[in-house]
Structures are given as structure tokens and as C-alpha cells.
Design a protein around this ligand. Structure first.
Ligand SMILES: NC(=O)c1ccc[n+]([C@@H]2O[C@H](COP(=O)([O-])OP(=O)(O)OC[C@H]3O[C@@H](n4cnc5c(N)ncnc54)[C@H](OP(=O)(O)O)[C@@H]3O)[C@@H](O)[C@H]2O)c1
Length: 251
């Protein structure tokens, strides 16, 4: 069975390792870089298949498939200190870092893949965008969800920008719950989390367009239509996404 190395043991690595390991009868061996120390040791304590290495190089020495999950600002310096083998498969989760840069910094590794894993990997529900397609990257991410392969690297950046909208969406729900609380409701957060959690299940099961689904949730002249008309601003959303896309492409 394939083993996996992780350089950068933060929130994303923790989610992937949990998905690979939790309640899995024969989980793959996982080699973790020592930072973040508490998180790495916590994962190793929870999952017998996970081991904390002495340093980043030992991760590369122990695994053929290496996930790079440090922040974009330090990835060049981190990779510059490491010695890759030609047969390494380098799977980068780092935003705004191109294949050309990664090939240069991880040379002589021949196979380099960019990916956008999501925190839902922890419950094996990440739909991970991967480019280019690669059998080992695919096997890794199909263990923690499923895989989508964009047409090219530019399309991958568009997926990345779309995933940057999560906190805005959650912040809108927080604003709704806070407004309910200000109006005297004591269970507002739990209520909003529940009804939108169920709406999320409807969304996940829907196979038509999202516009159709939105229309199904409003009555002409009704209160859903009233709030949508008062709050929807597609131009603002598109401008925000355009700006994120520019950043993700490194322009
Ligand atoms: N979180 C997401 O949902 C998500 C989704 C897709 C892609 N990504 C990308 O994945 C990467 C990681 O994101 P994250 O949310 O997991 O960030 P994070 O929680 O900040 O994790 C990054 C980890 O890198 C460690 N680190 C710092 N310097 C290091 C070094 N020299 N060698 C090895 N590790 C080092 C940090 O340890 P210390 O705390 O000790 O500094 C930290 O634990 C980012 O590039 C992000 O763009 C994240």
C-alpha cells in the first residue's frame, strides 16, 4: 500500500490524515513533519499509522508521495532545503503557487500535482480539485472523498477562488443568527446551523442547476423573494471573485 508524507502539519494535513485513518481497518502509513508540534503529536497519538518525523527531509526519505501543505509565503524556502528524488510524487495543496514554480523548487521530482483539498477530507467528503491528473494523487484524494480534474491550470485557479467564498457564506449565516439573537431568540446559532445543514443536504443531492434550486425555494411575491431582492448583489460577488482569482494566479 502507498504511504504518504506531509510537509506542514496544520489544519489541512490534520483533516486529510483523519480521513485516511479514522475508522479505517488498514490505513496507509503517514509520515508527518514535526511542525506544528502539538498537532503532529496529537495525530500520532490518535492514529497508530501516523508517525512524526525528525525533520522535513525525513518525511521525503520515508514516503514516495509527499503532500506539501505549508503556507504560500514560505513554500519556496521550505522546498529549497529539501532533496527530492526523481520518483517522488509531489502533491501541493499550496494556493497561488504554480506548477512551473513547484517543478523548479522540487526538482528532480518528475511528477508534480496541484490540488485543492477541503477540510471535509476529515470525514472523507472532500471533492478535491487536482491538476494534472495523476494516479497516486487520485488514489490519495479518493480515499478522503472524490476528485475533480479541471481542464487546465487556469481552471484550477478558478476552483481555488470559488473555495475562497466559504467564510463569507458562513459569516452571512452568523449575521442571520446574530440578528435572531438580538431579537430575543436564545437558540439562534443552533437553529441556523441545523436548517442550513439540512439545506446543504438538499443542495448536495440536487442534480439540476443552482438557479432552479433557488427558484424552488421561493414563492413569487413571498418573503424569500423579498429578502433575495433586497440582499443579492451578483456584481459585488463577481468583482470579489475576480480579485481573488487575480491573487491566486499571482498577477
Ligand atoms: N485549510 C484549508 O481549508 C486549505 C484548503 C486548501 C488549501 N490549503 C492550503 O494548504 C496550506 C496549509 O493550510 P493550513 O490551513 O493547513 O495552514 P496552517 O494550519 O497554518 O498549517 C501550516 C503548517 O505549516 C507549519 N510550518 C511552518 N513552517 C514550516 C516549515 N518550515 N516546515 C514544515 N512545516 C512548517 C506550521 O507550523 P507552525 O504552526 O509551527 O508554524 C503549520 O502547522 C496552505 O498553503 C493553504 O493555502 C488550505
Amino acid at each position: 500500500m502507498q504511504s504518504y508524507g506531509f510537509v506542514g502539519t496544520g489544519e489541512l494535513t490534520a483533516a486529510i490524515v483523519e480521513g485516511l485513518s479514522s475508522d479505517v481497518s488498514d490505513p496507509p502509513a503517514v509520515f508527518l513533519s514535526p511542525r506544528n508540534r502539538d498537532l503532529a503529536h496529537d495525530l500520532a497519538a490518535r492514529f497508530p499509522n501516523a508517525e512524526v518525523c525528525h525533520d522535513n527531509q525525513q518525511v521525503l526519505d520515508r514516503a514516495d508521495v509527499v503532500v506539501i501543505a505549508v503556507r504560500p509565503q514560505i513554500v519556496q524556502d521550505v522546498l529549497a532545503e529539501l532533496t527530492f528524488r526523481p520518483e517522488h510524487v509531489v502533491v501541493s495543496a499550496v494556493a497561488a503557487t504554480s506548477l512551473a514554480q513547484l517543478h523548479e523548487w522540487a526538482a528532480p521530482a518528475r511528477r508534480v500535482v496541484r490540488s485543492i483539498p477541503l477540510p471535509t477530507a476529515s470525514r472523507r467528503a472532500s471533492r478535491t480539485a487536482v491538476f494534472p491528473d495523476d494516479p497516486d494523487a487520485r488514489a490519495l484524494f479518493e480515499s478522503v472523498g472524490d476528485v475533480v480534474v479541471p481542464e487546465d491550470e487556469t481552471a484550477l485557479a478558478t476552483f481555488s477562488a470559488a473555495t475562497a467564498t466559504f467564510s463569507a457564506h458562513l459569516a452571512q449565516l452568523a449575521a442571520i443568527a446574530n440578528w435572531m439573537a438580538d431579537n430575543g431568540v436564545s437558540q439562534a446559532d443552533a437553529y441556523v446551523a441545523h436548517v442550513y445543514g439540512e439545506l446543504g443536504r438538499t443542495l448536495a443531492d440536487h442534480d439540476g442547476t443552482l438557479g432552479e434550486l433557488a427558484r424552488k425555494h421561493e414563492t413569487p411575491g413571498g418573503i424569500n423573494e423579498q429578502f433575495r431582492t433586497a440582499s443579492q448583489d451578483d456584481d459585488r460577488i463577481r468583482r470579489g471573485l475576480d480579485d481573488v482569482l487575480t491573487r491566486v494566479k499571482g498577477q
